[in-house]
Design a protein around this ligand. Structure first.
Ligand code: ZN
Length: 473
């Protein structure tokens, strides 16, 4: 395939060449299950879901791994506040995460490893580093000796003396160097702990991903993904641990998504400006929400504003409306795939260029514009036009639903179900309206139309009589 991806490590676009021909292996950092997902999490989920779907659609066999961090300071803190156990908190929010991902149309990962299920693999990796004197134990903590890894900082391109390890809980005075970070943390009173060669404790966050990625994808894999806020220290440390231990490349390409902004701020739990992802899906629907996520390039920031979501809703309606009209006009006419070919080419070249989703959406708009221009001929019964709109409708479903997950067919089916339920009632009202018009009682006729419209029913007067449908979303 001709896909080119921007690699954060190289700071440039490079041809995507899978390690194994015909296959693609992807690891994306998953949630720390301490609270409900917010709209910022949804962006990373959709960005990597679309990349994964596109690779699969292009014929690759994709293995997609996304972990769950089910042991963490924040989980322990929350459990303490709620007077329950960390595993109850972790289980509750893992379920909630999966439910919300499903509502957002994100395909479940092929493997969803839990950190607490991979302690032996983490301990093995830590031991390998200790054996090479690249890590050391202090009072039951094990720390990575950062200055032994010459290439430290290569992902974030920071100078080694300007770095701080952030949320590391191990006291600075047990470290040989403040830059060193914890891979294993000694048990503290009242916290969950597991046995280890260095005494009871729990893993640090970075070691989880290093160990889980290679457990499920092998020592070297194709793509490592995550939010831009994870580049340092998390991903820098993942690379250091793996490459220092094994001397081999970890991920071949690093893909990072930009943040969701609320005004000038990043949407984040620590700032407290978060919008629940579940509420956003309920309010806007899967298709419009994903259209909004895809309206900016994945490396750019994206602003959360209801005006932009309303725009996305209008775009979604435009696509579904075309789909409905095209299906109606085409009837049982076989599709002409030639009609869609140039639009599929435009879509592919946009996606191949570092998954340029806004450009890909522009290709969908072009397809729909082209289709709309052919509709009146198709509706008048011209076979060529009917075959063309059938082909365009098929292509729209193919790329809109299968690759981008826009739930266009689902919206159409939803509307059809509602239409079936209310059809007898609407038919009766339309008959009354027709009778009123025959009697030149236009006030009554208009009142009936307004009533239907306020119930979300769109009436179109056509030469053969009135036609109607339920407005989507
Ligand atoms: Zn990670």
């Amino acid at each position: 395939m001709a896909l080119v991806l921007y690699d954060t490590l190289r700071r440039e676009k490079a041809a995507f060449e899978p390690r194994e021909e015909g296959k693609a292996s992807i690891y994306v950092c998953g949630p720390t299950v301490q609270a409900d997902a917010h709209v910022g999490h949804g962006r990373a989920a959709v960005v990597f879901d679309v990349l994964r779907r596109y690779l699969a659609w292009s014929g690759l066999e994709v293995t997609f791994v996304q972990n769950v961090t089910d042991v963490d300071d924040k989980i322990i803190l929350r459990a303490r506040r709620e007077r329950t156990s960390p595993s109850i908190i972790a289980t509750r929010y893992t379920r909630a995460w999966n439910r919300t991902m499903d509502a957002l149309g994100v395909s479940p990962p092929d493997v969803q490893p839990l950190a607490t299920g991979h302690l032996l693999q983490m301990q093995e990796l830590i031991q390998t580093l200790i054996d090479q004197d690249k890590a050391y134990e202090r009072g039951g903590n094990v720390l990575f000796r950062v200055r032994t890894f010459q290439e430290y900082g290569k992902l974030s391109r920071r100078q080694i003396d300007d770095m701080q390890q952030g949320d590391d809980i191990v006291d600075a005075d047990v470290k040989d160097d403040p830059l060193d970070f914890a891979m294993w943390k000694a048990a503290k009173q009242g916290e969950p702990a597991w046995p280890s060669p260095w005494g009871p404790g729990r893993p640090g966050w970075h070691i989880e991903c290093s160990a889980m990625a290679t457990t499920h994808l092998g020592a070297e894999f194709d793509i490592h993904g995550g939010g831009l806020d994870l580049v340092f220290p998390h991903h820098e440390n993942e690379i250091a641990q793996h490459e220092a231990a094994h001397g081999t490349t970890f991920a071949r390409t690093w893909v990072h998504n930009g943040m969701v902004q609320m005004g000038d701020d990043k949407m984040s739990k620590s700032i407290g400006n978060v919008v629940s992802l579940e509420e956003a899906v309920n309010e806007w629907g899967q298709g419009p929400l994903r259209l909004w996520y895809l309206s900016a390039h994945h490396r750019s920031p994206l602003i959360f504003e209801s005006d932009r979501l309303r725009d996305a809703t209008i775009v979604h309606r435009r696509f579904v409306t075309f789909l409905r009209s095209a299906r109606r006009a085409a009837g049982d006419m076989g599709a002409d795939p030639e009609a869609a070919a140039p639009h599929l080419d435009a879509f592919r070249s946009a996606m191949d260029d570092d998954v340029n989703a806004p450009q890909a959406l522009a290709a969908l708009h072009e397809l729909v514009t082209d289709g709309n221009e052919r509709l009146s001929k198709a509706e008048a019964g011209h076979d060529d036009a009917r075959a063309a709109v059938a082909g365009l409708a098929d292509a729209l479903v193919e790329i809109g639903d299968r690759v981008l997950g826009l739930a266009l067919t689902a919206a159409l089916e939803d509307a059809a179900t509602r239409e079936q339920q209310i059809a007898p009632l609407v038919a009766q009202l339309l008959e009354q309206r027709a009778a009123a018009r025959r009697d030149k009682d236009f006030a009554t006729a208009d009142a009936i139309r307004d009533q239907l419209s306020s119930a979300g029913i769109v009436v179109e007067d056509r030469p053969g009589g009135a036609r109607w449908h339920v407005e989507e979303t």
